[in-house]
Design a protein around this ligand. Sequence first.
Ligand SMILES: *Cc1c(COP(=O)(O)O)cnc(C)c1O
Length: 399
Amino acid sequence: MELPKKPFKKRFVYLDHGAATPLDPAVFFEMKPWLTTCFGNPSALYGFGVQAKKHVEYCRAAVSKVLESQPDTIFFTSGGTESNNAAILGVARAHKANGKHIITTRIEHSAVLEPISQLEKEGFEISYLSVDNVGNIDIEEFKRKLRKDTILVSIMYINNEIGVINPIAEIGKEILKWRKQNETSYPYFHTDACQAVSTQDLHVEKLHVDLLSLNGSKIYGPKGTGVLYKRRGVEISPLLYGGGQEAGARGGTENVAGIAGMAKALVMAELDKAEYDSVRIIRNYFWNCIKKSIPDVTLNGPDVEDNTRAPQNLNVSFLEVDAETLLLYLDEYGIMCSKGSACETDKAGSHVLLAIGLDEEHMRGAIRFTLGKNTSKRDIEYVMKYLPALVQVLRNNKT
Ligand SMILES: *Cc1c(COP(=O)(O)O)cnc(C)c1O
């Protein structure tokens, strides 16, 4: 069997918004002055510096408003990875005298799992919550794992590979109850919310979180930008010591343009939340098309009708297909998607798909499509012109 004919006019269909989003022109517009004419160092005492400093503080206030917190709880970072590291290593190092037990899940992003595994080497004890076959954690298991020496709980808001949404507010409530019963201020609660901004409630009081990580490059903002929310009164050791910027929490000249872009992207994402109803509809349409026209496919993660699945995520296993080969063929037709997560470091396959119990065959054929706010039905129709044929070719060519 032959490959489908290349289109006369190639269309680019980008279905990897879970890895990176395009920069929104309105975000770029906000960033531009700080990259060009208004280049002053925010620490400088003359007008150019004061102007930059003022803008950083304006952005801090804008971000805090979205989280419904106070400006002094907002710290600008270089992305989700730094925010997670700053939260996890920061709490562990500042509070290890009071306990060395941490609870997390098996399906966290590597930017959480890796600093935690570093802490394990430094003598911390880690409890990993297991998940069921679609990725849900068990609150009862979580409650049983809480101990007097637990200083930190880190549980992601939305999983980047299979789109499962964790009940952050419910977990937060359980932690509050535990603290009250045990008359302690521990454990602190951190959530990696990098994948949650576009669709979920980020009101930190309602979520009962002490620390929350955000990232700019997944919400139509610039790469290399992020935010760490840290509740007042929660002490953390800094990752970067330097000139005392960010209230001493992060040394280094502020990335003013990045901060301007991050803040604008976050404010816009908050306003655009309603648009994700249509993303859900298109995602479900896509899954229905795949099910109808391609045999031997399975969905990874919660059902598409389930409200514990993020509306933009579709993770599918094509049996008897090597995901990486399929991905590269799709690219030839202008269709971009990923296998597992973009920052996959697991050699043995995705640790998330492993945690939900997939066998080798289902892992090998797993593709992640993540839609964006501009993904259209026409994009999906274009994909469906080629995807079934490519899957079939790959299956037939298997010897
Ligand atoms: C992308 C991502 C990160 C890492 O963010 P960077 O800005 O690339 O450092 C962390 N956690 C989750 C869930 C992510 O999706």
